[in-house]
Design a protein around this ligand. Structure first.
Ligand SMILES: O=C(O)CCC(=O)C(=O)O
Ligand SMILES: [Fe+2]
Length: 207
């Protein structure tokens, strides 16, 4: 249930109350490993652009993305290793990883909460950061509008629990100063289709 190991990095609990819990764990992955993983993913992933509707107009999603199910037998390196590093810190049965590539300071993700229908209740979202440090803004949806600005450094893990998605938006704002590329890996426990919801075939013995 989103508990984390106390070995390795020292967790910084940013808040932990009725509105949810958000924890930052620096240096979950050593700097050299984080850099190697960044380069492998930057070169090796078939990054996709995207389009979305904004004010009744279609615009580019301001970053590149990719997605994998974690049980994919062709899960590309270094995603299995990255999953291992995350699982060493977080006891949650992650099933999916969403990748974001922020090419430079112009790329961003608008304030949002992760879609609750894509998450299994009670499990956290784990964001592993690689590449350039980028600022994340976490803002309460309702007054008093607590706002947190935090730097997500390479090799760090940010854990946002399920409850926090009801009460806070998070985003990566555009910057004015030039920035190198950053990749984030968003590990989630997604609901699977319940195969057991279809009625079982009639038992021939009782027909
Ligand atoms: O890049 C990040 O750290 C945030 C990504 C994010 O919020 C998402 O993928 O839903
Ligand atoms: Fe998100």
């Amino acid at each position: 249930m989103g508990s984390f190991s106390l070995f390795g990095a020292t967790p910084q609990v940013l808040f932990d109350d009725a509105s949810g819990r958000v924890t930052y764990l620096p240096d979950v992955v050593p700097a050299a490993t984080a850099q190697a993983w960044f380069e492998q993913l930057f070169e090796g992933i078939a990054w996709r652009g995207g389009r979305r509707m904004m004010y009744e107009r279609e615009v580019d999603v301001p970053r590149l993305r990719a997605h994998f199910d974690l049980d994919d037998p062709a899960l590309p390196a270094p995603l299995p290793e990255a999953l291992g590093a995350v699982r060493a810190m977080v006891d949650a049965p992650f099933t999916s990883v969403g990748l974001n590539l922020y090419r430079d300071e112009h790329d961003s993700v608008a304030p949002h909460n992760d879609k609750l229908e894509d998450l299994v209740r009670g499990h956290p979202i784990a964001l592993l950061s690689l590449g350039a440090t980028r600022e994340m803004v976490i803002r309460a949806k309702r007054p008093p509008r607590r706002v947190l600005h935090l730097d997500l450094a390479a090799g760090s893990l940010l854990l946002m629990d399920y409850a926090s998605q009801f009460h806070y938006d998070h985003g990566i704002p555009k910057q004015r100063a030039p920035m190198g590329p950053r990749i984030s890996l968003a590990f989630r426990v997604r609901p699977t289709l319940r195969m057991d919801e279809t009625p079982p075939p009639a038992d021939p013995g009782t027909a």
